[in-house]
Design a protein around this ligand. Structure first.
Ligand SMILES: NC(=O)c1ccc[n+]([C@@H]2O[C@H](COP(=O)([O-])OP(=O)(O)OC[C@H]3O[C@@H](n4cnc5c(N)ncnc54)[C@H](OP(=O)(O)O)[C@@H]3O)[C@@H](O)[C@H]2O)c1
Length: 287
């Protein structure tokens, strides 16, 4: 990747604009092969979560593969996330478990994965209290140097406002679904105003959006692939992305974003696809 392919978080730390998503990668062999292909292609950031069940496999793969690629722990950026079952009282334990599964002394970025708590109804008024308790635990681990940056995922503008008004340490990043069919204008405005990095997940619409006729046409027009067009649309707006693939050729394709750009007409055509469509889950009902 080029030197312009990173963003600086409000902690002063730099994070690559393209990270490797690991959702659905499962089993030590599949994780190992994918991480090998990702490091080979130039990825230096990896996104996992307690609920993906692959933190230990990712940690093991990196310990074996970093020396092979002439890299050290300091050369890579690891994101993981607190599982909804650990929201609230168990948050400290949950985050320490992620550290131990990864086999690392620190995690570069740790997120509250979901605004709700597993087993608690979405409308239950104890959800905000649980989130606040989780955030306090993350703040403590951040102060201890175990979590270098902390943030949230799947928060709505209302969840963000509450957190921003009550926190001691402001969130460094918000990770949400983002692609031309879901432009998240309100959330992006909150993040921009508050200095919170806005990061995209499911930029390829879980593999579905690459087939959209407008995306295919824009890709033909600039002689790139539909996946590259979708990812470039985000990074050209300064939004970090996390493409996931189990296929080495696609892993490489998905990071080839910095030797072309989309013209204004192509950007506008893609942005005009916004119809609020979500390929993933919806957190708007969580109290
Ligand atoms: N915080 C959250 O709640 C949350 C939610 C969802 C995702 N995420 C993170 O974001 C990452 C990415 O999101 P995602 O995995 O949901 O979806 P995605 O990146 O939008 O799409 C992944 C799908 O697209 C396919 N694909 C990948 N590259 C392709 C290419 N070049 N051409 C055509 N198809 C391609 C993959 O299949 P193959 O593997 O077969 O190539 C896979 O089925 C996740 O892995 C995870 O790390 C976070």
């Amino acid at each position: 990747m080029s030197s312009t392919s990173s963003v600086v978080l409000n902690t002063g730390v730099s994070m690559p604009l393209v990270g490797f998503g690991t959702y659905k990668l499962c089993g030590s062999e599949e994780v190992f092969q994918a991480v090998d292909a990702a490091l080979h292609s130039g990825y230096r950031a990896f996104d996992t979560a307690a609920v993906y069940g692959n933190e230990a496999d990712l940690g093991r793969a990196l310990r074996k593969l970093l020396p092979k690629h002439g890299l050290t722990r300091e050369d890579i950026f690891i994101t993981s996330k607190l599982g909804p079952k650990d929201q609230g009282k168990r948050a400290m334990e949950g985050a320490l478990h992620s550290l131990s599964e990864l086999g690392m002394d620190y995690i570069d970025l740790y997120l509250i994965h979901w605004p709700g708590t597993q087993g608690v109804a979405v409308g239950d008024p104890c959800n905000p209290g649980n989130r606040a308790e989780s955030w306090a635990a993350l703040e403590e681990l951040h102060a201890q140097g175990k979590l270098w940056a902390i943030g949230v995922s799947n928060y709505t503008p209302a969840h963000m406002q509450t957190l921003l008004q009550s926190c001691k340490t402001p969130p460094a990043l918000l990770q949400v679904e983002f692609h031309p069919r879901l432009c998240q204008t309100d959330l992006r405005r909150v993040c921009e105003e508050q200095g919170v990095c806005f990061q995209a997940y499911s930029s390829l619409g879980k593999g579905e959006l690459v087939k959209h006729p407008v995306v295919v046409e824009v890709a033909k027009g600039c002689e790139r692939t539909p996946a590259q067009v979708l990812l470039r649309w985000a990074v050209q707006q300064g939004v970090p992305v996390l493409p996931k693939s189990s296929h080495p050729a696609r892993v490489q394709e998905n990071i080839g974003l910095f030797d072309f750009s989309l013209d204004v007409a192509a950007m506008d055509r893609l942005t005009a696809l916004d119809d609020g469509h979500k390929y993933c889950w919806d957190s708007s009902e969580v109290a």
